[in-house]
Each structure stands twice: as C-alpha cells, then as structure tokens.
Write a protein that binds this ligand. Sequence first.
Ligand SMILES: Nc1ncnc2c1ncn2[C@@H]1O[C@H](COP(=O)(O)OP(=O)(O)OP(=O)(O)O)[C@@H](O)[C@H]1O
Ligand SMILES: [Mg+2]
Length: 507
Amino acid sequence: MATNGSAPAAQAGAKPVQISEVRQSASRENRTAAHSHIKGLGLRSDGFADANAQGFIGQTAAREACGLVVDLIKAKKMAGKAVLLAGGPGTGKTALALAISQELGTKVPFCAMTGSEVYSAEVKKTEALMENFRRAIGLRVQEKKEVYEGEVAELTPEEAENPLGSYGRTISHLLITLRSSRGTKKLRLDPSIYEAIQKERVRIGDVVYIEANTGAVKRVGRSDAFSTEFDLEAEEYVPVPKGDVHKKKDIVQDVTLHDLDVANARPQGGQDVVSMMGQLMKPRKTEITEKLRGEINKVVNKYIDQGVAELVPGVLFIDEVHMLDIECFTYLNRALESSISPIVVLASNRGLTTIRGTTSPLAPQDPGLVSAHGIPPDLLPRLLIIPTHPYTAPEIRTIIQTRSKLEFAAPTAPQLTEESGASAASKALAVRSSLSPEALEELTVQGVNVSLRYALQLLAPSGILARARGSENGVISGNDVQEAVALFWDAGRSSAQLKEREGEFIS
Ligand SMILES: Nc1ncnc2c1ncn2[C@@H]1O[C@H](COP(=O)(O)OP(=O)(O)OP(=O)(O)O)[C@@H](O)[C@H]1O
Ligand SMILES: [Mg+2]
C-alpha cells in the first residue's frame, strides 16, 4: 500500500514527503541462527525470571533487568537512554539483546549492528551510525482514507470530440464499475485518473482501490475469481474486497525514518513497493544528506504535532561496542541527546582496555586512553549497566540439552529417504540424533573447563561422528564427544600448541 500524494503533508501543501511501505531486509534476520533456541526473556507476569523458560537458562538477574528495559521501552520512557550488557564471552549478551527484540514484537523497530560495521571505505563512520540510528526510529502513520475498492467489472473510457478542433477525439471521462462482496458501484472518473489506471495496467478482473481525495489508483492484484484463466507466476491473486465499494479505510503504515530518507533521496521512479525494491538493487545515486534528514525531521515533527503520526522509538543494538573508536563514541553521546533518539543497547566482553582511536603510531609505547569496557568515561556514566555472569555446571548442562534438542530435532537432510535410493551415508544423515547421559556429561565438562561456546560447537560434529559409526538412532556416546574434542581444538589448546610448535608456523 504505497501512497505518495496521500501523505498528509502533501495535502497541507507542504513539501511532500513520500511515505512508502518498505519491507525490512531479510539479511539482518539471519543473525539469529546461533540463538534460534531463544524465544524470549522467559519472564513470568510478575517480572521474575524462571530458571528455564523460552529457551533461556539461568542469568536470571540480567533477564529480569532486561525485562524492565522492555517495559520502559513499551511505556516510551527509555528514549535517549542507553544500556550496556557487560560480561565475559559466551555469557549470553547477544542472546539477551535478541530476546529483548523478540519481547518487543515486530511493531517496534530493532536494528542490530556490530561495532566493526562502521568501518567501510565508502561510507563515513558517523554516517553508518546515523543510518542505523534512523533505522531504529519508527513512525506509525495513521490515516482514515475515503476509498473506492473493488474488482473491476467494467472499464470504458468515454470519448468526446476535441473542443479545440481537428485533433481527433479525447477522453472526456472514464466509466468504471467496481464490485465488492456487498455490491457494485459505477463511477464516472476524471480523465486524469484514466492515465493512472493505464500506468498501473489495470484491466477487467483486477482488484483496485482509488483514493477519493487524491485520485491515486493502486492495483492490489488479480481477483481470485479469475485465477484459473492463466497461471502466471508473477500475478498475485487477492479475494474480492469485503464491505461496500465506497468506504472509509484506516490505513496504518509503519515506516522507519531511514525508509523515509531513502524514499526521498531517490525521487526518480515510482513510489510503490515494487519499484522501491527495484531501486534497492541499483547503486545509490543520491546521497542522504544532513539537510534532507533535517527536512524530514521537520515534516515528521509536524505530523506528530497534528496527531497524524506517532513516533515509535525502537532499539539500536550495537554488539562488540569496544570496536567503535573515540570519534564514534563522541557522536553517540550527541545522538543520544537528540529529541528523537532510539534506545541504545550496547554489549561488550572487554574489561579495562584501550579505547580505539586513542593510540598513535608515533608513540607506540603509549597505551592510549584505558577505560572500562573500552568505552570512554564520559559515555559510561550515562549507561545502565547490566552484568552477565559465567554459568554454573548445571546451567551449562541445561543449555547444551536445550540446544541439542533444537539442533537434532529435524533430520539434517529431510529430502533423503529410503525410497529415493540415497546412499548409506546420506541415509545416516537423515536419522535423528540424541545425547546419551555420558555425552551430555562430557560436553558439560568441556563447557566448564573450556567454554560454553566450545561445548555448543562440539554438538554437531559429535552427532555426525555418532551417525558415521552407525550408532543406533544416532545416539551420541561419550566416546563420540571425546573424538570430536580430539579432532577440533579449542582456542586455549590452539594457542598452547602454537607456542610449543612455534617453528612450524610463519610468524
Ligand atoms: N542463558 C542462556 N540460555 C540459553 N542459551 C544461552 C544462554 N546464554 C548463552 N546462550 C547461548 O550460548 C551461545 C553464546 O552466547 P552469546 O553469543 O549470547 O554470548 P555473548 O555474551 O554475546 O558472547 P561474546 O561476548 O563472545 O559475544 C549462544 O548460542 C547463546 O544462544
Ligand atoms: Mg555476542
């Protein structure tokens, strides 16, 4: 439902700001793979955390603190504030941030980035930060629009003699009959709408809606009733609209400020979703300038004052925040003070460390500015710090168990069945795996002695080893885990070996 001229500012005669619905890019969602067992913070209605709920095990204090943050965000009391998740590697900081995003639901924008993402040869560091800031600020535009909606049953342009003489005939108006589930309506439309209809390539059997105020025509798709005639893959079939043809329709659009920036930086092309998506593929021609952002902010503020739009401050999550440098931190400080700022959630696994960008190659001995978590001392006091703690052995055991259920639940290769004549090896892959008590114990030992992450990474190879030796039902034994441990080094063993066999490697 893209609407250009329908934006309230256009009606008010102000500089039009195009509002288009843009789907979130899918690439950012892929990040959840390592955390797909996490379904939320696992809090009870009174806000306390269960020891094991929604895939989250232990770390109760941090989960409860995150629950409070979610409540504050929902009550819109957190804008411009920042939270830091601080704890050692593998203590669930990233998992907590993703659980926050799940608790907030899809209506609140959540933008995840990693500190190192700001370093690009093409875009300025602060520009990359600003872009993500604006991805995390949503705008809900609500409008009641008078529309005519239905399946096109008749489409006749009426011609008339050209009053100016010999130039043949012109279209004087357009007759269109729209059918909805409640009835039909015949409309006599202005010739300018005929052009719009031609542009959208509307023909009989399409479902369209026409905005009464602006005359904007939008083709919704092909009516279901016509679905049998050709089976064109590109065609989207939609049901005949319910209710009357002429009605008031509540149109709510959720956009982020970044969507508005992009739509307005590229004035060329159509404003509907398809052409917007097409433009995403093309190289960026028009830069989003500070001036453009200022203009958009002005219009957005006006919408908010008029009550047409509502600001939805979302969450900007910056993982590995110690990767940002001093310039970015200064910028972050300033951005947090802006009147439209999202909630910023930071995560760092560093202790006292040098802030990036404070050392100089001219003074290699100088350690630079050392600060907690690699965050400058002027930003630190503004943060609410949520600590995460290392897990106990029973917690590690339960996390491994939860994760193994997810990893081994579906056959690795569901399409390979006996009937398809698959080879023995690939058939083996199609068998489910499970952990024997000894294997679980062995993995827990690795989790305690080495790290939780290492233990989790051993799961998949142990499963394959169990299946390869023909274990019944793919049950993983303690030996399979030990074999995987022998095959794959952990970080500690790797560095110990490197020291021992220094001569073999280039250094
Ligand atoms: N309390 C928990 N319950 C269930 N799974 C967890 C829990 N904590 C961590 N995990 C899982 O353990 C793995 C490591 O956790 P995560 O990536 O969140 O650590 P991190 O604190 O972000 O570490 P790093 O500092 O290295 O980025 C992930 O797969 C995560 O889903
Ligand atoms: Mg992490």
